[in-house]
Design a protein around this ligand. Sequence first.
Ligand code: FAD
Length: 279
Amino acid sequence: MTQNKRTFSLELFPPQTPEGAAKLRAARARMATLKPRFFSVTFGAGGSTRDRTLETVLEIQREGYQAAPHLSCIGSTRESIRSILEQYRANGIRHLVALRGDLPSGMARPGAFRYANELVEFIRAETGDCFHIEVAAYPEYHPQAKNPQDDLQSFKRKLDAGANSAITQYFYNFDAYAHFIDECQAIGIDLPIVPGIMPIASYSSLARFSDTCGAEIPRWIRKKLESYGDDSASIRAFGLDVVTGLCERLLANGAPGLHFYTLNQDALTAALWQRLRLS
Ligand SMILES: Cc1cc2nc3c(=O)[nH]c(=O)nc-3n(C[C@H](O)[C@H](O)[C@H](O)COP(=O)(O)OP(=O)(O)OC[C@H]3O[C@@H](n4cnc5c(N)ncnc54)[C@H](O)[C@@H]3O)c2cc1C
């Protein structure tokens, strides 16, 4: 597969304040020089960022870049999802990342959708082929999955419901991705499954977040990062080496692209991009 056919994309989250928006605008201008295929923009639990996700996506479009809003369904009514889809459609958005999401603490009612495959079905029923739909994949399995086999079947249901491709949760273990792809192929899944890549900027927040989302930081990486304490320059330098090596291995083994979780920071992603010669 040639580099040109691969999809290299960047994920942003919608800023909360005017200062955050200005910072993101500046970071995005630098990221745009990398020429990503698209910018995706996350959607807060229970629709909490609905307006800010739309604003950010429209701003990206006005700047002349492709934008893909995330859309999570848990806690939502059919009517609210329908109206978001209408807004996106009316504004020329043609690419979505469809998710279940997680119920915000204190919100007890799951709403009209239980799982992401029901959202994908709904989007297809309401809008036909209007959108390219991405869904989430979990090479190290979703933390709430009953077992790996059920999780794989749940993933297949999302693709069978009409998703076009998938982006994975981040991982640092190449073998987990390779095994997951083998398992997918064995049950007839041949759609692109793009690895999600998390650059390493700090240790404590990464460790906390990884515990919650079920992404493993292998022991040798954890130990090394721990040993650097507050030395953030060493953490970033080591992290860059680890993540560059992972990306090189993924691309050498046929990964259909890379999706970078930028956390709205451009420096580490740009450094990875340059090391990997992606543009
Ligand atoms: C690329 C990516 C982007 C993300 N973006 C966001 C975002 O913008 N906003 C946000 O809030 N979160 C986001 N998340 C996190 C995601 O919302 C959570 O991981 C959430 O817990 C699961 O969402 P899902 O779409 O994978 O759910 P699902 O695919 O519905 O799966 C959720 C769980 O239910 C199980 N399951 C699925 N179907 C069934 C069934 N029929 N019966 C029994 N069990 C079933 C699965 O095995 C899994 O354990 C993102 C995750 C990824 C990987």
